[in-house]
Design a protein around this ligand. Structure first.
Ligand code: FAD
Length: 305
């Protein structure tokens, strides 16, 4: 679609708008966001997780949050993550936790963020729940890996995400042998200095790092809606006798339900990334930017209000 690029930039700009993100917290879920966000409260999100579990899907919960610049906001986000862990433990749901370090104060101070993460990880360890640190933009990559290393000294049920578009991706995957990684193509706009720019090259490097981590015997989460990649991984694993227990496919809540079902029927593990909370606007705008076809949902939602 010729309009794709301007539309992507438009939605990325909306995603970054502080006033809109702030205002949207008071609107409730609008414009079809409910398709991709599992509600505003933890109760709603847990009900969704249980429902997905009953369909054979496992989950990771993400408490949404944008632009955290005040210590109190980071402490509130930390509490929200602890509540998620307690709810998972109490309900016995097949679910883990995904967190973003900027939400936990990384832009305020690295050691403050580490302290918040340690509280989360200690609670997760006491319940035996895995914690995934999402990877944000390149500016936070080094800090994220540094924090990961410190946390893994205390609990090996912590992992992170490596983005295939980064030139450093292969080296990072090699040095993180044995660490459970989620591998993605990469969602942020990065410069040519640090990241590949062409889709074909990113796809090639994506499959390259997936193979590398699988060949290393490490647990690998392939987080993609790209059926070409998914097919290649299935074939590669079968040909190289990599057991289905060594990897899982991950998708975002609200995406590609038929494909999820097919994978389940074929005996693969499929985990859905389930976001929830009042701070839904930026996440939703990034999903529209990624795939302008999703705008149809948004327009339907807009006109039905
Ligand atoms: P794309 O390159 O977007 O799509 C490839 C092809 O797949 C398309 O051309 C189309 O043919 C098909 N396709 C894609 N979507 C659909 C659809 N909805 N319906 C039909 N066909 C479709 N990024 C980060 O930077 N950090 C993270 O921590 C992170 N975590 C993630 C967690 C999960 C669970 C997922 C799924 C993604 C995450 N991402 C993260 C985003 C990721 O980096 C990509 O930006 C995003 O997944 C888009 O790339 P893709 O691999 O899905 O395929």
């Amino acid at each position: 679609m010729v309009l794709d690029q301007p539309l992507r930039s438009f939605f990325m700009q909306l995603a970054k708008s502080k006033p809109l993100n702030k205002a949207a917290k008071k609107w409730g879920l609008k414009f079809g966001a409910r398709q991709f966000v599992a509600g505003q409260t933890l109760e709603e999100a847990m009900a969704t997780v249980i429902d997905l579990n009953n369909k054979g899907l496992v989950c990771t919960l993400d408490h949404l949050g944008e632009f955290v610049t005040e210590e109190q906001e980071a402490l509130d986000s930390t509490e929200a993550c602890l509540d998620v862990l307690r709810a998972i433990n109490e309900t016995g749901a097949d679910c883990n936790l995904s967190v973003k370090l900027t939400q936990l104060g990384l832009d305020i101070d690295e050691s403050f963020c580490l302290k918040n993460m340690k509280r989360i990880v200690q609670t997760a360890r006491s319940f035996g729940i895995f914690v995934r640190i999402d990877m944000e933009d390149y500016a936070h990559c080094e800090q994220t890996l540094r924090i990961l290393e410190k946390l893994r000294n205390e609990y090996d049920g912590v992992g992170t995400v490596i983005q295939a578009y980064l030139h450093r991706a292969e080296e990072d995957v090699r040095s993180l042998k044995g660490v459970p990684l989620r591998l993605v193509k990469g969602a942020y706009k990065e410069s040519a200095e640090v990241a590949l720019q062409e889709k074909a090259l990113i796809d090639e490097n994506y499959f390259n790092i997936i193979r590398l981590h699988l060949d290393n015997g490490s647990y690998t989460a392939i987080a993609s809606h790209d059926h070409h990649i998914i097919e290649k991984v299935k074939t590669y694993a079968a040909e190289n006798r990599i057991p289905k227990s060594q990897f899982e496919f991950q998708m975002l809540y609200g995406f590609r339900e038929t494909l999820q079902k097919e994978l389940l029927e074929q005996g693969y593990k499929v985990r859905l990334y389930v976001p929830f909370g009042t701070d839904w606007f930026g996440y939703f705008m990034r999903r529209l930017a990624e795939r302008p076809q999703n705008i149809a949902f948004a327009l339907r939602g807009f006109f039905s209000k």
